[in-house]
Design a binder for this molecule. Structure first.
Ligand code: GLV
Ligand code: MN
Ligand code: MN
Ligand code: MN
Length: 394
């Protein structure tokens, strides 16, 4: 897909492989510039809102607009498609409609949401959560990145005003319907042997930080019986999370990030932060309550303390059934699939008729460099999106 080829060099991670594109870093700034240029080349009017989401308008901005788009940031070492495919496909769909002489009856916009992955400040879908007020602005301003800098500081050095973030009634009134196209992140479409699907639901999910505190000490001079090593309960938590998820219907629990402080090979850590991602159709929180109960036991056994902080949470989302069926009608009964991945569409679904299209991922792998979609399937996706937009805005 030409748009994806154009950004293939931006944010490539030489060390980890794949892409690392985090909000307000150099790569993400380049992607923003690229998007603005592409949108302007297509005659769209571009504006950045107070929450640093970018909007490109075909026609006068809202109310009741048909909005499509996704995100340009990535997880650390992520794939090329998660996010950018939805943005590139939105631009291509606009171009297809233009070429056909289509005139939207309602305004149409392409949006790029900021910090969807939470790869820098830890809260996923930050741009859409701020816009809808699902995160308090004071809390958001004080979110910290791995280097200890706050969101407020990062916004100021980006040239945005952190005092202005928060629920954005103007932006919300303008949105009539939101449709996000996304690469599929599992194997549903491989199994069905189909290129495109409509989404049905998103698993309830959240993020928790467990901080185990013990006594930093010397790795050689401290007898085993004298230790209060927070790495022990941290390791037990990893195992308990897996067991609890396995015992929960359709449950998932992942520790993808574990940070010992100070982090020296010959140093017993003084603290270990364990970052837990937990998902389930219902009861993700009660799953984490169980895990937290075990974590307290593990900590006590090692003479350590544990603090548990819920960093983000979203209930299971069921997309608007009428809109989903309308899309299926337009797209000749494409299959309907649930997903375990989170999306800005899931945040918007609480307020607006919202739908998603998925494009087949032949590897079934995502959040990793192996994530893929063929050029043919990407084209199927952008054409499907164009048909959907023509139906909704025509
Ligand atoms: C984001 O893609 C997530 O599901 O965590
Ligand atoms: Mn993702
Ligand atoms: Mn995504
Ligand atoms: Mn996501």
């Amino acid at each position: 897909m030409s748009g994806l080829n154009a950004i293939a060099g931006i944010g490539a991670d030489q060390r980890r492989g794949g892409y690392s594109r985090h909000v307000f870093d150099d790569a993400e700034r380049h992607l923003r510039e690229w998007f603005v240029e592409q949108a302007q080349n297509r005659g769209l009017a571009v504006e950045t809102d107070a929450n640093t989401n970018i909007w490109a308008w075909w026609g006068q901005p809202g109310p009741g607009a048909v909005v499509t788009g996704s995100h340009l940031d990535s997880v650390p070492g992520g794939g090329a498609f998660d996010g950018p495919l939805g943005v590139v496909s939105a631009l291509e769909a606009v171009e297809l409609l233009r070429e056909r002489g289509f005139q939207p009856r309602t305004p149409l916009a392409v949006v790029v949401f900021a910090e969807e992955e939470g790869g820098r400040f830890g809260v996923p879908c930050l741009g859409s959560r701020l816009m809808t007020g699902t995160i308090h602005p004071d809390h958001a301003r004080n979110l910290r990145d791995p280097d200890g800098g706050t969101l407020a500081e990062a916004m100021r050095s980006f040239g945005a005003d952190p005092a202005r973030i928060g629920r954005d009634e103007t932006a919300l009134v303008r949105i009539g319907t939101f449709v996000e196209l996304h690469v599929e992140q599992g194997k549903g479409l491989i199994d069905l042997d189909r290129p495109v699907a409509v989404a049905d639901s998103i698993l309830g999910h959240g993020r928790w930080r467990f901080r185990f505190s013990g006594q930093g000490n010397h790795a050689g001079a401290t007898l085993i019986d004298d230790r209060n090593d927070p790495m022990l309960p941290a390791a037990q938590l990893v195992l308990a999370a897996r067991r609890t998820a396995a015992a929960t219907p359709d449950g998932r629990a992942t520790v993808g990030r574990l940070v010992p402080t100070p982090g020296g090979t010959n140093v017993i850590a003084s603290t270990v932060d364990v970052h837990l991602d937990a998902r389930a159709p219902s009861g993700a929180r009660s799953m984490v309550d169980d895990i937290a109960g075990r974590a307290r036991e593990f900590a006590a056994q090692e003479g350590c303390q544990v603090e548990v902080v819920e960093e983000s949470f979203g209930d299971t989302v069921h997309f608007d059934p009428a809109l989903r069926d309308r899309l299926r009608g337009v797209l000749d009964d494409v299959p309907v699939l649930p997903t375990g991945a989170g999306h800005d569409a899931g945040v918007l679904a609480a307020e607006k008729p919202t739908a998603m299209l998925f494009v087949r991922n032949p590897t079934g792998i995502s959040h990793a460099p192996e994530e893929h979609a063929t050029a043919e399937d990407c084209e199927e996706g952008s054409h499907a999106l164009a048909r959907v937009l023509a139906d909704l805005a025509g």
